[in-house]
Each structure stands twice: as C-alpha cells, then as structure tokens.
Design a protein around this ligand. Structure first.
Ligand SMILES: NC(=O)c1ccc[n+]([C@@H]2O[C@H](COP(=O)([O-])OP(=O)(O)OC[C@H]3O[C@@H](n4cnc5c(N)ncnc54)[C@H](O)[C@@H]3O)[C@@H](O)[C@H]2O)c1
Ligand SMILES: O=P(O)(O)OC[C@H](O)CO
Length: 339
C-alpha cells in the first residue's frame, strides 16, 4: 500500500511534526503535492490523518489532505528527498532510525549539538553518510508559513547547483521562495546563533530597557555572529542574508519567537527552569547558548552577549546584573581590527 502510494506521487518526506515540520509539510502540499510527515507521537499521527490538524504543536493550522502522517520513519526511506525538522539535540538519534540511502537530506533545525559542539551537517554526515546534504534556514515563523503568507529562505546545497536543480522545484511554491547558496556553514551558523541572540533581546524586553538597547543588541549580536561564522569558514554575505541578519531581525522583534519569549521571562525575573517548565515546544537557544559560549571560549573569541545569555540561563546572576556587566566592559572600536 505504502509502496503503491509512493510510486503514485509521494516524492518528499518531512521528518518531525513539530510546528516547523508541520508548516513545511503544509507549504509543500499547498499545490496538491503528496507529502509524508513522520511524527514521533502516535496520537499525532492519528490526529493528522483523521482531522488534518496538529493540536500539539501547531494548533492554528489546517493541513491539506495530501499530507499523510506516519509513525514509521522507515517508510520515508524510499523517498528521494527528505526534510529533517526535529530539534537539534535529537537529530542524530532520529536519523539513526532512518534507513541509509542516497537521497537529498535537507537540514532545517537551528542549533548546535550540546556535548559534541557539532553543527547539524556534521551530525547528519555521521548518521546518514550516503545522503546529499542541504540546509534550509531563514526568517520563518511556522504559523505564517502554514497560513501561506509569503516567506523567503536560504537553501544551501552541499551538492551545488546540480542539487539545487533537484531540490528547488520540490521545495519552491508561489508563497515559499528559496534562494540558492552553497554555504552550508553560514546557513547553519546564522540560524543557531540568532536563537541565542533572540533570548538576549527578550531579556531587554523583559527588563523594559527600550528600543535603543534592542537595536544595539541586534547590531552587536550580529557582530558576534559574523566573528564566529567567519572563523568557522562561513561567508559574510551569507550571514548578512536571510538565514543570518534576516532571521535575527525577525526573532529579536516578536514574542512569536519562543527564544525571545524565553528571554523576556528571564528578564522579568523567572529562572530558566521556571520559564521552560511544562513546555512541549523547543527554544533551541537554551541548549545552544552554553555550547556556543564554550566553543567561543575554546577559540579565544570574544562573544560577550552569547556569554551573558549562557550565564543567565545557568542562573549565575540575575538579568539586571548580567546587563550591567555587559555595559561595564571596556570601550572598544566598533569595527573588527584586521589581523
Ligand atoms: N517553529 C518555528 O517557527 C521554526 C521555524 C524555523 C525553524 N525552526 C526550527 O525547527 C526545529 C524544530 O522546531 P519545531 O518548532 O518544529 O519544534 P516544536 O517545538 O514545535 O516541537 C518539538 C518537537 O520536538 C520533538 N521531540 C521532543 N522530544 C523528542 C525526542 N526525545 N526525540 C525526537 N524528537 C523529539 C517533538 O516530536 C516535536 O516534533 C528547531 O530547530 C527550530 O529551531 C522552527
Ligand atoms: O520561535 P523561535 O524563536 O524558535 O523562532 C522560530 C524561527 O526560527 C524563526 O525564523
């Protein structure tokens, strides 16, 4: 039955039925394409197939009938292209359940693996060695994408233009517009670092420090993203694009961002444990901040905003004290000094 359906039209699968996986499945299905969506939660598989809703992770969305959910990840093994949309900390364990194969694997999580410090492409290279990797990232609130509102993303293809030629027709839709890149590292670092900076901007909101402070944080946060990215081999133009600055501006401006909302709660005096208690949704910056701060320290790199977020999340100091420490740092030149 499954084989027959796939032979008839299913060419793309989505791994992970959180808010983003569900929204991407809906965007892909918006032209009638058949999409297979793997959900970890059996009750969600049943709900999506019966009522075309996802009350757990994206209650606002009504899904097309051509989105079919499955709880068996092996079913996706025969598809030529898969989008991996589980949170960063689970990517390795989830991909381990996928039969290995020569397919396009598009990485959509925004984070760095705790413990190993690996970017998602490094995790995927180990877990799915035969796959051709790509990274999809950009300013993309899931509920807007699911509602069909216009959205643009970076689609960075390790396989260059040949892979883009395979993937772009599968992914592009009238309201969902990918832009080509071959800079996977830049696309990954933009998304991972902006989540940490969004927490910082939320703190500014929670402490009611004003719009000037928020704009300063975005600009100085971007300088940290650039510093880290360039040291890792990312291109500056990638980081100034959709997946870097574009996403940073989005997530630093709205309580629709879970990372921004987490920071706001911290600024209002909650601990990280209190702010995250009982949440089924993920704020990736909470897991990425400590490992990013550690990577920066190990490289002797100055990332004071990231460091401040990591300290705050660890409960090392209250929000107002962390901000005071940031402001008390020695004055310095705005531009990086060339070596
Ligand atoms: N939501 C958005 O607007 C959005 C947009 C762009 C990118 N992203 C990124 O997409 C990724 C997924 O986020 P989301 O918003 O879809 O998640 P979500 O917060 O909506 O849902 C949490 C997800 O985690 C999964 N999960 C929980 N425990 C797990 C485990 N032990 N093993 C495997 N999976 C587990 C759940 O099944 C669910 O799919 C994140 O990296 C996020 O940064 C999200
Ligand atoms: O809700 P957030 O903070 O995970 O942000 C969602 C997306 O990454 C925005 O592009």
């Amino acid at each position: 039955m499954t084989t027959l359906r796939q032979a008839q039209g299913e060419r793309i699968g989505v791994i992970g039925a959180g808010a983003w996986g569900t929204a991407l499945a809906q965007a892909l299905a918006s032209d009638g394409s058949e999409v297979v969506l793997w959900a970890r939660e059996p009750e969600l598989v049943a709900e999506i197939n019966a009522t075309h809703t996802n009350s757990l992770f994206l209650p606002s969305a009504k899904l097309a009938g051509s989105v079919r959910a499955t709880g068996d990840i092996a079913e996706l093994g025969a598809l030529p292209a898969l989008l991996a949309v589980v949170p960063a900390q689970f990517l390795g364990s989830v991909l381990a359940g996928l039969p290995d194969g020569t397919r396009d694997l598009v990485l959509c999580a925004k984070g760095i693996e705790a413990g190993s410090g690996r970017l998602m492409a490094d995790v995927a290279r180990d877990a799915a060695p035969a796959a051709s990797l790509a990274v999809l990232s950009g300013p993309t609130f899931a509920h807007e994408v699911a509602a069909g509102l216009p959205t643009a993303v970076t689609l960075a293809c390790a396989g260059g233009e040949a892979q883009w030629a395979r993937l772009s027709p599968l992914i592009a839709r009238p309201a969902f517009r990918p832009y080509y890149s071959d800079d996977l590292i830049g696309a990954e670092i933009g998304g991972a670092v902006k989540n940490v900076l969004a927490i910082a901007c939320g703190v500014v909101e929670g402490l009611q420090l004003g719009q000037n402070a928020r704009a300063a944080l975005i600009a100085r946060g971007y300088a940290e993203m650039l510093r880290f990215g360039l040291a890792r081999g990312a291109r500056a133009e990638t980081l100034s694009g959709l997946c870097g600055l574009g996403d940073l501006v989005l997530t630093c401006s709205s309580t629709s961002s879970r990372n921004f909302s987490l920071g706001k709660a911290l600024g209002e005096g909650q601990s990280a444990a209190e702010a995250l208690a009982g949440k089924t949704s993920v704020a990736e910056g909470a897991a990425t901040a400590p490992v990013l701060a550690e990577l920066a320290r190990a490289a002797n790199m100055d990332m004071p905003i990231v460091e401040a977020v990591a300290r705050l999340l660890a409960g090392e100091a209250p929000a107002r004290a962390v901000v005071s420490e940031l402001l008390a740092r020695p004055l310095k030149a705005e531009l990086e000094r060339k070596a």
